[in-house]
Design a protein around this ligand. Sequence first.
Ligand SMILES: O=C[C@H](O)COP(=O)(O)O
Length: 263
Amino acid sequence: MRGKEPTLLLLISPDSVEEALDCAKAAEHLDIVDVKKPDEGSLGANFPWVIREIRDAVPADKPVSATVGDVPFKPGTVAQAALGAAVSGASYIKVGLYGCTTPEQAVEVMRGVVRAVKDHRPDALVVASGYADAHRIGCVNPLALPDIARRAGCDAAMLDTAIKDGTGLFDHLPADVCAEFVRLAHAADLLAALAGSVKAADLGTLTRIGTDIVGVRGAVCEGGDRNAGRIQPHLVAAFRAEMDRHAREAAAAADVAAIAAAG
Ligand SMILES: O=C[C@H](O)COP(=O)(O)O
């Protein structure tokens, strides 16, 4: 699934049609528009008609992702909700495994989601998301996510933070643990997605460890405020510029290493 040259994709999460239109203005700088409802939780689900309107509002070549929620251990309920997101036009379906306390529960939920979504739209990508701060909410361990996603037939494993209190991904999981998450996901032929109050200063590490998708909201909202602030196209452009700078540096370092290895 992944290309020869690993590329970090930028996923931005608007919470309304108005914000999605701001994303559309910055469409050249982002890769995936992710519909969520932050006031219903870290991966809060939005209404089906909002997903549909956002799908219609952003350029057709930009995939639309939708979150199904910070879900309970209720496989039937979650599968039906995931189908709702797919029917509404999302081609990435993200599920936050908030209420799953064991890998077995998480696999059961995600198997239902994969079947519900792919029976309707075989090319849709299903993303199993855990939480870097799982220790604060008692759900499955972050490093269990790649194996959960593989066993359930998902396309990607993701980590976000459950509690948005100013702490971020790397406050809860050191870079070497995030690197292990990416390694495990790639070993299972999955995309590795990371989020959680990620800032531009984190992009060097995320690039270096081979992350495939970075999910962002707060860092591209005015004042860095994911709740009161609104997504700003110029902040999306600046964030992308920083991603591109790190990608160029990583490519140059890889070239130097290859030349050194060749003797
Ligand atoms: O999927 C990505 C999340 O919306 C990230 O939001 P955040 O950057 O405000 O933590």
